[in-house]
Design a protein around this ligand. Structure first.
Ligand SMILES: [Zn+2]
Length: 134
């Protein structure tokens, strides 16, 4: 099997692995352009799928995209034109930093606020790791 076929196989495998990890899944961002703005129509669904506060994800995305925006109902409206791919890349970064356990790699985790800062606490292995402030 050549490299490309392997890569393709690897990518096809991802949804299965995500499904076996339980409730966790990253919804593909649905993005609509509206003039100089972009609307992520399933923003709340994405935050819910990651089991994170929408406000936290919102702060992260706005900082990463270096723009302004606000939640309107289920949607997030941001200033500027961004592709679904660009937003998905940021979501993957969010998951890496704020959802996936750095020790065991599982997504069953909570963000806990303590006076030293915010920590990612893993429900699967009990690991607690500091996360960067958004
Ligand atoms: Zn863990």
């Amino acid at each position: 099997m050549d490299y490309e076929a392997l890569l393709k196989r690897g990518m096809e495998k991802i949804p299965e692995d995500v499904r076996t990890a339980g409730r966790f899944h990253i919804a593909r961002p649905e993005v609509e352009k509206a003039g100089a703005k972009s609307i992520i129509t399933n923003f709340l669904e994405i935050a819910g799928g990651l089991d994170r506060e929408p406000e936290h994800l919102l702060k992260f995305l706005l900082k990463q995209l270096a723009t302004k925006g606000e939640v309107e109902g289920q949607r997030l409206v941001v200033l500027g034109v961004f592709s679904a791919d660009a937003i998905e890349k940021k979501l993957e970064l969010y998951v890496k930093q704020y959802v996936t356990c750095p020790k065991c790699g599982r997504p069953d985790s909570k963000l806990v606020k303590e006076h030293e800062g915010v920590f990612l606490r893993c429900d699967a292995c009990g690991n607690k790791a500091p996360v960067p402030k958004v």
